[in-house]
Design a protein around this ligand. Structure first.
Ligand code: T1G
Length: 697
C-alpha cells in the first residue's frame, strides 16, 4: 500500500492499518494508501469484512494540518470517506487513542466502530478556526443526535469510550487486544449476515431542533465573540436537517475552503503548533529524563495556593497544602470545597469528580508532612524576605531531588534559589489567577535550574492540562513585563484626554475579554498599587508611571472588591458602571500635570496600547528571555485573554507588519520618551522586511 498504510488478511477479514507516526495524520500519501487498500479488499472476492485501524499512539489525528493552505491533492478526504461508505463489504473502524478531526470523520464513513478503553473521538476543527470538512457536521448528527453533535463540534472536546458507547458512536468497547477483538467483531458480523450499515442512510431526529440551535447560538455568542467558525459549524449541522448528505458535504467544503484561508484559522493553527513547539526548549534535549511526580505540596492556601492545589488535584496529583495556622488552613480548605461545589451546582463538574479531586487534597501546618513531596510550589505573598525564609526551610526539610518551585509573578527566581543549597532544583511556576481555571503556566528557569527540572515541570504542566511556556528571569518575566508596558500607556491616555470606558471599549472590541481598567478593577487596585510601589523601589528607571491609579487607590477604591475602582459596581454585580467622580478626577489630574486634554481616536488608543506591548515582546525576544515569538503568543493567549482569533501579539504583529509598527513606535518615542524606544529587534525586522515568524525555531 501507499506510504503509511499496511494491508493484511486474517481469513476472510482485511486488516488495513494506518502507520504514519506520530499520529497517523492523513496526508495525501496516507489517503492514497487507504483508497488503494479499500479498492484491493473490495476487489478480492474472498474478503467478507474490512477493519481499519491505526498503529502507534492513536487511531488517527485527522487530516495533516501542515497541508492546509497548500493546493488540495486527490484523493480528497471527503471522497475517500464516501468510497468507504459505499462499500458493499462491511467496514469496521477499530479505534484506540484518538480518532479526531478527519480521523473521526473517516470512522463515521465506516459502517461500524469499535474501540478499546483508551478510545476517544472528537471534532476539534473549531479550535483551528475551521469546521469539520469531511462529513463530520453531516454524519455525526445522524449517528448521535443534534444536541450531542453540536456540543462535540462547538467545544472541540474529545469524548471517551464509555460516553461514546452510550451515545451510539461505538458499537462495542473491546476488552483486551483491540485488533483481536475487532477481528472477532467482524467475524461476528459476517456470521450474522450483517452487511454495510451506512451513516448517510440514518435520519436525524429533529425534535426540539429550534431550541437546541437557539441555545447553542446564545452559548457561542458568549464564549466565542468575534470568531466566524462557530456559526458556520452551527449552520452546517442545521442544514443536515433539510438537505441531502451530498449537498451537506458540498456546503461543508465551501465553508471549509473559506475558513482555511482566514486569518483567524491561520492564527489558531499557529497556536496549535505553538503549544507543541513550546516543549522544545534550548539546552533541554527532548529525551531529557524527567523526575517522577507522585505527590506535591503547596505552601499557602490563599487564592493562588488554592487554585494551584486544585490544578494539581484536577490533574490527578495528590497534594498537601501547608498553612501557617490551623485556622487559615481550615479556611482555605473550606473555600476550596466551596469552589468545587460551585462547579457541581453549575453542572460543569460531576459530584463524583469533585469528591475524587477533594480526596487528593490534604492540609497541614507542619513542614515535616511535606518532606517527601516530589515538588513543592510556594504560593505566599509577594515578599522576597518571606519567600527566602520559606525556601530555606524547604531546603532543610524536603527530600533530595524534590523540586522547589515558586509561584512568584515578578520576583527574581535566582535570588530565591540562592536561599537554598540546591539552586538546580529551584524553578518558577507562575500560575495565573484563578489558577484552577487559567491555562497558562509561565515556568521560569533560573540561571542554575537543572535541565531535568525544566523537563519535569514542562511535562507536569501538560499532565495537569496547562499550557506550559518556559521563560527566563527578568522583572515581570514575559507576561507581566509586557503588561506593564501596555497598562502604562493606557493610563497615560487617560491623562491626555481619554476616559476609562473609551479605552476599555477599544480593547474589548479588539477581542480581549475586558479592557485594562475593568481588568484592573477585577484584579484589585490594591494589588497593582503594591506592584507599582515594589517596581519603583527596586527597578532604577526614569520611566514615569501615571499617578491616576495611585490616586484612585488612595481614595480607598480597590476595584470590584470594594465596589469602587475605575468604575462603580452595584451590590452583587460585576458590571462596570462609569463613575463621573473618577472622570472628574482624571480631568483634574490632567490639569495638575499641565496637560491640555485632547480628543483621542480609537485607532490611536489601539496602537498606543498594543504596539508598546508588541515592542516589549520584541525586547524580550531580543534579550532571549523567551525562546521564540510563539512562546510569547501563548503567554498572552492563555494568561491574559488575547483573542485567539488574532493568534497572540507577535502573530498579530506579523499581520500588521513590523514596518508599520516600527514607524508608529518611532513617533511614540519622539513624543513620549525612551520608555517607547523601538526595540532593536523590531527595527531589524522592519528594515529587513522580515517577520517574527522568520524567527521561529
Ligand atoms: N496534523 C499534523 N500534525 C499533527 C496533527 C495533525 N492533525 N495532530 C498532531 N500533530 C503533530 C503535533 O504537531 C506534534 O508534532 C505531534 O503530532 C504529536 O502531537 C477534514 C480538516 C491527535 C490527540 O486538530 O489533538 O482533520 O511537536 O503532542 O498529545 O475535518 O495531537 O511532535 O513535531 O498533540 O499524543 C483535526 C490535533 C485536523 C487534531 C495526539 N485534527 N491533534 O495528542 O500528541 S483538521 C486535530 C491532537 C481535520 C477534517 C479536518 C493531538 C492528538 P511534534 P501531540 P498527543
Amino acid at each position: 500500500m501507499g506510504d503509511g498504510v499496511e494491508f493484511q488478511t486474517h481469513g476472510s477479514i482485511a486488516l488495513i492499518t494506518l502507520n504514519n507516526p506520530p499520529v497517523n495524520a492523513m496526508g495525501v500519501a496516507v489517503r492514497q494508501g487507504i483508497a488503494d487498500a479499500i479498492a484491493k479488499a473490495e476487489a478480492d472476492g474472498t474478503i467478507k469484512a474490512i477493519i481499519l485501524t491505526g498503529r502507534g499512539r492513536c487511531f488517527c489525528g485527522g487530516a495533516d494540518i501542515r497541508e492546509f493552505g497548500k493546493p488540495r491533492e486527490e484523493p480528497f478526504l471527503t471522497n475517500l470517506i464516501n468510497q468507504i461508505e459505499i462499500c458493499e463489504t462491511p467496514v469496521v473502524a477499530a479505534i484506540h487513542g484518538s480518532a479526531v478531526g478527519g480521523g473521526c470523520e473517516i470512522s463515521l464513513g465506516c459502517h461500524y466502530r469499535v474501540g478499546d478503553a483508551s478510545a476517544k473521538f472528537g471534532l476539534p476543527e473549531i479550535k483551528l478556526g475551521l469546521l469539520p470538512g469531511a462529513g463530520g457536521t453531516q454524519r455525526l448528527p445522524r449517528l448521535v443526535g443534534i444536541a450531542p453533535a453540536l456540543d462535540i463540534i462547538l467545544s472541540g472536546d474529545y469524548v471517551g469510550a464509555q460516553m461514546g458507547r452510550e451515545l451510539g458512536f461505538f458499537d462495542e468497547i473491546i476488552d483486551g487486544d483491540l485488533v483481536e477483538g475487532a477481528l472477532d467483531y467482524a467475524n461476528g458480523l459476517v456470521a450474522g449476515g450483517k452487511g454495510a450499515r451506512r451513516t448517510r442512510e440514518l435520519t436525524i431526529d429533529g425534535s426540539g431542533a429550534e431550541k437546541i440551535f437557539a441555545d447553542m447560538r446564545a452559548k457561542v455568542a458568549r464564549r466565542s465573540r468575534g470568531l466566524i467558525a462557530p456559526e458556520r459549524c452551527i449552520e452546517a449541522v442545521e442544514s443536515a436537517l433539510t438537505i441531502s448528505l451530498d449537498e451537506g458535504l458540498a456546503l461543508e467544503r465551501k465553508n471549509f475552503d473559506e475558513l482555511v484561508q482566514s486569518d483567524q484559522s491561520k492564527a489558531q493553527r499557529h497556536l496549535f503548533f505553538a503549544e507543541r513547539q513550546a516543549h522544545k526548549i534550548p539546552g533541554v534535549p527532548a529525551d531529557t529524563p524527567v523526575r517522577e511526580i507522585k505527590s506535591a505540596a503547596v505552601i499557602g492556601c490563599g487564592t493562588m495556593g488554592r487554585g494551584i492545589a486544585m490544578s494539581l488535584a484536577n490533574g490527578g496529583v495528590p497534594v498537601t497544602v501547608l498553612e501557617v495556622s490551623k485556622d487559615s488552613l481550615d479556611t482555605g480548605l473550606a473555600l476550596t470545597r466551596d469552589t468545587y461545589a460551585g462547579s457541581v451546582s453549575r453542572g460543569s463538574l460531576a459530584q463524583g469528580d469533585m469528591d475524587a479531586r477533594l480526596g487528593r487534597i490534604t492540609g497541614t501546618t507542619d513542614y515535616a508532612d511535606i518532606a517527601d513531596a516530589d515538588i513543592v510550589i510556594e504560593a505566599v505573598f509577594e515578599d522576597m524576605d518571606l519567600k527566602k525564609q520559606i525556601f530555606g526551610t524547604l531546603d532543610a526539610t524536603c527530600k533530595p531531588g524534590a523540586i522547589l518551585a515558586t509561584n512568584t509573578s515578578t520576583l527574581d527566581v535566582d535570588e530565591i534559589a540562592a536561599a537554598t543549597k540546591r539552586p538546580a532544583d529551584v524553578i518558577g511556576t507562575h500560575f495565573f489567577s484563578p489558577a484552577n481555571v487559567m491555562k497558562l503556566m509561565e515556568n521560569v528557569r533560573g540561571g542554575k535550574t537543572a535541565p531535568d527540572v525544566i523537563a519535569t515541570v514542562m511535562k507536569l504542566s501538560k499532565d495537569i492540562g496547562k499550557v506550559g511556556v518556559m521563560v527566563g528571569v527578568c522583572d515581570g518575566f514575559v507576561g507581566n513585563r509586557m503588561l506593564y508596558a501596555y497598562k502604562n500607556q493606557a493610563e497615560f491616555l487617560l491623562e491626555e484626554g481619554a476616559l476609562p470606558r473609551q479605552v476599555d471599549k477599544v480593547i474589548y472590541d479588539f477581542g480581549f475579554p475586558m479592557g485594562p481598567f475593568a481588568m484592573g478593577d477585577l484584579a484589585g487596585l490594591d494589588v497593582s498599587y503594591l506592584i507599582r510601589q515594589h517596581r519603583r523601589a527596586t527597578i532604577p528607571s526614569d520611566d514615569r508611571t501615571s499617578i491616576i491609579p495611585d490616586r484612585i487607590y488612595e481614595m480607598g477604591r480597590h476595584g470590584q472588591k470594594s465596589r469602587e475602582g475605575y468604575y462603580l459596581y452595584h451590590e452583587g454585580s460585576r458590571v462596570a458602571v462609569p463613575d463621573p467622580e473618577i472622570e472628574k478626577l482624571i480631568v483634574g489630574i490632567s490639569g495638575e500635570l499641565g496637560i491640555e486634554r485632547r480628543e483621542i481616536s480609537d485607532r490611536e488608543i489601539l496602537e498606543r496600547c498594543l504596539y508598546p506591548l508588541i515592542n516589549e515582546g520584541a525586547n524580550i525576544l531580543g534579550e532571549g528571555i523567551a525562546s521564540r515569538p510563539s512562546d510569547v503568543d501563548l503567554v498572552w493567549i492563555y494568561g491574559y485573554g488575547f483573542p485567539i482569533g488574532r493568534g497572540g501579539p507577535m502573530f498579530h504583529a506579523d499581520l500588521v507588519g513590523a514596518k508599520e509598527i516600527y514607524e508608529v513606535m518611532k513617533k511614540l518615542h519622539d513624543a513620549h520618551g525612551d520608555m517607547l524606544k523601538p526595540a532593536p529587534l523590531l527595527e531589524e525586522l522592519a528594515k529587513s522586511g522580515k517577520s517574527f515568524a522568520d524567527l521561529q525555531s
